[in-house]
Design a protein around this ligand. Sequence first.
Ligand SMILES: O=C(O)CCC(=O)C(=O)O
Ligand SMILES: [Fe+2]
Length: 367
Amino acid sequence: MAPATVSTNLSADDTARHLPFEFNESVQSLVDASDNLKALPSKYNLGDTNDTGASSCESLPVIDYSALTSSDPHQRSKAVAELAEACTDWGFFVLVNHGVPEELIESLFATVREFFRLSDDEKKKYEAKSTSSPIACGNFNLKSTSNETFTLWRDFLKLYVHPDFYCPTKPQPLREILVEYTERTRKMARELVGAVAESMELDRKYVEEALELDSSFQKFGGNFYPPCPQPEQTLGLPAHNDPGLFTILLIHNGLAGLQIERQSHWFEVNPPPNSMIVNVGDHLEIFSNGRCKSSRHRAVVNKERERLSIAVGNGPGKDVVVGPAVPLVEKDGGALYRSMKYQEYVESQLSRTFDGISILDEQRIST
Ligand SMILES: O=C(O)CCC(=O)C(=O)O
Ligand SMILES: [Fe+2]
């Protein structure tokens, strides 16, 4: 869910030597081991080139999930129109009244936090071997323009959770909590896709079949950002787009750190209590032939408090070749995006992390 688009000048050799997932020590262990860490170890330090200025964002659209699923047609159609507007304008929105019990969310946060507290030896069992590892844990290493390796100030856990479900064995309650949470979010993402389809006058069944939503490729991502001695010199997650249809994001205690790009400006988000943040992924932009917008976003870290976010990425089926929906191409007089197999897109996005070219831009057909 978080490939970087940091520009670099790498040769093929450099790329081959570069190990994006190499996992030596978690950020958590580094912070624990040093009594009072005053400065960033150099591998985390991006230096003064790091520009993370952002304005505060008061106007992120709010979508009421209970209205969207209401049996009252007036309420529902109003919510559908608001959702369509949010997907077109920001590509991000706050989801309220989502119906996922608060206790489930709290136990999810607690258990994922516990996972990040496990020893590095335990976590290293899940070090990623490749871009398609179904369980992956560690740090993410980027190459800077000056060809130095830079490690993000973040520990992550990534899991494939649908159609096949993968989960670490520890902490023991994680599996059951994840099964329930990912099933609920998968259903929500499907509802959201259905509502967007309706707003584009597409037949819901056509969309569900074209995107093979019964076998939706769903990924779970836990992002843990420990407190950082020099937050302005580093990044939790660099600017990126999410692949897929919708990402559903939970931010523990609504702690600031997420920034969204809109019309070339960066905005920071302060999510209200009990809400979720949802964003359009690249494949909804492609499938909607550009009606919905996949917006770049990033995560900055802070000095005082650790930050935990949980991102569930909901995609089409792995093998679906995603291009613009046929009825929309007919309406628009042409496709604005190339088609590509979903899994290939996801893997290519991860492995091209370091060349600075966004895969979404490459899919766009210039008119
Ligand atoms: O931590 C955050 O607020 C953002 C996470 C994110 O963008 C991702 O996991 O793709
Ligand atoms: Fe993201």
